[in-house]
Design a protein around this ligand. Structure first.
Ligand code: SF4
Length: 474
């Protein structure tokens, strides 16, 4: 599909609204309306206008007047005019309206901080961004849960440690993740550097109360038993054991009873074992190299080894999955009764194998995805869970959301703090990005580590040098 832009430069906004309607298309900037489907978006200093042409003929249009000349307001009316024009033909449900951005619940908490009442905030989001009442309810529920955690974590810090290795690369993955088949020889050198980064960083964090540690990746339990023990000992020696200590044990094919014992012996308080689906044919299709039986066995072993806070991640809308598969996955999770479940909707990310081979798969429609979200929510309610954190990504099928549900007092503090951005989170390892927050102004500053494992190992001195900025940032 083509788009023509005049009088503004909101290319990302234009494309992200078009993606709600034409999710699998290619978007080509053009000067002409003669070919195929073309959207023309103009802003004349006061009014945003969108016109939709099909093979040169005007089929729909809409105009929206900006309330002021702020860039954010112009961006909003540009997006709104496009959505209104296209939807006058498509007529699809827009649960999130034209709202973009990763952290929708933050809009509610920001409104509260400005002294607004919930009703006032939600009415405005509904009117200006067309967010549905159902999503506004979800945003409010999540914001209320997040508020409690944010307030109790004031003045404390969090720590993230990245282990960017996995047994194989999943079809949909766009994370920094290196398949162990090629990278196993580099794991020890990576750990050497990571431990150096821990030892160097502790001088800046020593005086601050650590609220949570999150070891993610990749799959940290891809490390062998001795490496895992070495990593966790170094974490403990440098930072101690905080109130919450999570290790992603994501891929069941990496877990052994001994690794689960090691996690427990180092006082890890929360692990995440992620099936993504409990349907074997899908697991094979997405390249997970484990079966449902392996997941069930890993979960049972974790319980036997005393892990009493286990999260499970699932993905809705995986290729080939319909209502039956979603119900099967949720029924299986009900039987296991994890403490929390994170329900993702599939995102087709640019750096994934899925994006490269998309034409091979038939993707879930927005309408079906809405049904699957409702089904999963129904099951989490049955398990006594409530939504407590949420985020959205670009290129999500149907433009929905990812939601973390948990039983009472089983929230993941780290997940909330990273979403609300009111706490400094120090991040170590390849691809890690440290984020500090000034408590007086909420201003955020970042320190980035290099992404690739090879660069991280060869440039570790430079990474330590970058961390020196923490002296003035914390
Ligand atoms: S387990 Fe997670 S990080 Fe590893 S390849 Fe799969 S999606 Fe990527």
């Amino acid at each position: 599909m083509y788009y023509v832009i005049k009088g503004h430069d909101f290319i990302d906004e234009t494309v992200s609204v078009l993606m709600i309607f034409y999710p699998n298309d290619k978007y080509i900037q053009s000067e002409s309306t003669a070919e195929g489907i073309t959207l023309v978006s103009t802003f004349d200093g006061n009014t945003a206008k969108a016109q939709l042409y099909i093979e040169g003929a005007l089929k729909a249009e809409d105009s929206e007047i900006a309330e002021n000349s702020h860039r954010s307001e112009i961006k909003r009316v540009v997006g709104l005019s496009i959505a209104m024009a296209v939807n006058s033909i498509m007529n699809i449900s827009l649960p999130w309206g034209i709202l973009t951005g990763v952290r929708p619940a933050k809009l509610i908490s920001e409104g509260w901080n400005e002294g607004k009442a919930t009703d006032e905030i939600t009415k405005e989001l509904n009117k200006k961004y067309l967010v549905s009442l159902e999503k506004l309810r979800l945003m409010t529920e999540v914001a209320e849960e997040e508020k409690k955690i944010v307030e109790s974590g004031r003045g404390k810090i969090g720590l993230y440690i990245g282990i960017p290795f996995c047994p194989t690369r999943c079809l949909y993955c766009s994370f920094t993740s290196y398949p162990l088949k090629q990278y196993s020889a580099k794991v020890d050198s990576y750990l050497d550097c990571l431990i150096r980064e821990m030892e160097f960083t502790r001088q800046f964090t020593d005086s601050r109360e650590l609220e949570s540690i999150y070891i993610g990746g990749g799959t940290p339990t891809s490390l062998d038993e001795a490496q895992l023990d070495r990593l966790l000992s170094a974490v403990e020696n440098n930072f101690g054991i905080p109130e919450e200590y999570t290790v992603e044990a994501g891929r069941p094919d990496t877990l052994t009873r001994e690794k689960l014992r090691i996690l427990k012996s180092h006082n890890v308080t929360r692990i995440s074992i992620n099936p993504q689906t409990l349907n074997d044919s899908t697991l094979e299709l997405i390249g997970r190299e484990h079966t449902t039986a392996m997941f069930l066995n890993a979960f049972e072993m974790a319980r036997e080894e005393g892990h009493d806070h286990i999260n499970t991640d699932i993905i809705l809308g995986l290729p080939g999955e319909g209502e039956r598969e979603v119900i099967n996955t949720m029924e299986g999770l009900v039987r296991l009764s994890p403490e929390s479940i994170t329900v993702h909707t599939l995102a087709v990310k640019r750096a994934s194998r899925l994006k490269e081979t998309l034409e091979k798969y038939s993707m879930t429609s927005a309408c079906d995805m809405e049904k699957y979200i409702d089904i999963s929510r129904g099951y989490t309610e049955k398990m006594g869970m409530r939504p407590y954190y949420m985020y959205r990504q670009k290129n999500m099928v149907g433009n929905f959301e990812n939601v973390g549900y948990c039983k009472e007092n089983c929230q993941c503090i780290y997940n909330v703090q990273i979403m609300e951005e009111k706490q400094s989170i120090i991040a170590l390892g390849a691809g890690a990005s440290t984020k500090t927050v000034d408590p007086a102004t909420d201003q955020i500053e970042r320190i980035f580590n290099v992404k690739s494992v090879d660069d991280y190992i060869t440039r570790i001195d430079e990474m330590l040098d970058r961390k020196k900025a923490l002296k003035s940032m914390l």
